[in-house]
Design a protein around this ligand. Sequence first.
Ligand code: GTP
Ligand code: MG
Length: 294
Amino acid sequence: METNPPKRRDNKKSLRVKVISLGNAEVGKTSFKTDFNYISPHDLTDYSTQSCIIKRYCEKRFVPKYLATIGIDYGVTKVQVRDREIKVNIFDMAGHPFFYEVRNEFYKDSQGVLLVYDVGLRESFDALDSWLGEMKQEMGSQANMDSIVFVVCANKVDLTKRRVVDEGEGRLWAESRGFHYFETSAQSGEGINEMFQAFFSSITDMCENGGKRPVSEVSVGFTKEQADTIRRIRNSKDSWDMLGVKPGATREEVNKAYRKLAVLLHPDKCVAPGSEDAFKAVVNARTSLLKNIK
Ligand code: GTP
Ligand code: MG
């Protein structure tokens, strides 16, 4: 006698993930939430006074007034990625240094991190390294960065006139670390949906890949050393600094430093965005220094 075949178990169970948002105060982290049934403790009280990337996505609205997040804002939402339901716990961190003691408890067990900076404030871009540093320090031995999806949001791109960090520089920082990069505006909505879609879909891919970030995302065709060197060259204050030699260095020292950089950045060998300009700048710096050294 034939028995009924056992019912196929649904192996696409819903996933529960934790994501956090990091970045200096006032860069627009809270402002992202707009469209996904975001339930926050503030919804029960006076959520209308909360400011804006997360808000933009969860509520499809933008609040121009700045209201600093006090410590942490927590919310839960559900999103659909392919045939899977994802329950997302969002911890929106306060960027002000004052809240470090509150923030530091919430880094552990995150699968996704939004790293936000304001394209009009260079210090908020430069601070991304210290945000990663704070996170690594607080996660301690748990700090396995390969098991976390990072998305860098270059926010406030609507304010074009005050922009000081260009796309190449931001993308280079992000992609050389295997992070996603998106240009966003919580005000106009530009890039927000695409960014969240890529974020949640990458987290789902990672969970389905046994908790490791898929390799394809990490491999960008250039090294972190190349990316960091291009960034250092862009930010150097003079030709000595650009070549990484002390003022008054000899011809030999200048040539040695030049050769090292040329090997690293030659356009035939380096595909990192900005490498061509960096290489030209290094050639010019060497020429001008050699002119003045006997
Ligand atoms: P903390 O909670 O203090 O860490 O700040 P935050 O990063 O959460 O900043 P918030 O989202 O509160 O936004 C700060 C200010 O920037 C608010 O006045 C927002 O209206 C404004 N803002 C946020 N995103 C944008 C944007 O894309 N464009 C413009 N023009 N303003 C923005
Ligand atoms: Mg905030």
